[in-house]
Design a protein around this ligand. Sequence first.
Ligand SMILES: Nc1ncnc2c1ncn2[C@@H]1O[C@H](COP(=O)(O)OP(=O)(O)O)[C@@H](O)[C@H]1O
Ligand SMILES: [Mg+2]
Length: 249
Amino acid sequence: MKKDLIIHEAPKSPVSEAIRTLRTSITYKMTKNHDKVFLITSSSIEEGKSWVVSNLAIAFTQSKQKVLIIDADLRKGRQANIFSLDNSYGLANILDNSKITIDNPNLDEELKKVIFKTQIDNLFVIPSGLFPSKPSELLENKQFDIILEKLKSEFDIILFDAPPINIVTDSMILCNKADSVIVVCAIGKTKRESIVETKKKIISMGGSILGVVINKMPIDKLKEYTKDYTKYNNNKIIKIDNSKLKNIS
Ligand SMILES: Nc1ncnc2c1ncn2[C@@H]1O[C@H](COP(=O)(O)OP(=O)(O)O)[C@@H](O)[C@H]1O
Ligand SMILES: [Mg+2]
């Protein structure tokens, strides 16, 4: 496993504590609205989507949930790498598999081929698979809805790791497959206009935004940024900083 998994490597660290705070916020929403499927996206690259997904997933297993990560970043998915899994067969393949039909009695068998157990108890991953030439088209295939229905009955929580929504259309397609969308911003990188654009795109697809994760935040900037981001996004703000637990405002 990679160094990314701080909540596994250093469960008592302040960052891990912040991830558990994020888990608490999501759990509240899950219980209230019976939500189960969450899309984690952001405006641009390297804001921490994959990092948040993998750590959050582990946090949920620590509260006894059975968790599935679906790596829906069919362009640069790195969940297989994070969990040291083979990425040669994954979501891209199952979405292209003509045996995925509602009435196929062997649907479970086909699905099992792409669900990989990780070293973390109760955590499973569907890797992206080898990067296809037309990722957006694949995500629109009807196979996606068929497998998602099935997976919802088998897992307590499903997290989609997705590509950046302002750059490619894929996350927009994923918006209405998820019950709720979580937007990751990276301090010093994500521009305010980009967040506004991201919010517009999610809403235009009928997506429901749960909140914003402010990632990579230096502790001394917390107050200042919270004010600004609240102004641009009427949602709850969840902060992940690298030094101290800060709660939601
Ligand atoms: N809160 C964090 N603390 C430390 N490193 C982080 C954090 N968030 C992201 N990273 C690192 O930043 C890089 C980009 O993160 P990644 O999750 O791959 O971004 P994205 O999926 O948005 O492209 C990775 O090397 C990751 O390990
Ligand atoms: Mg990523």
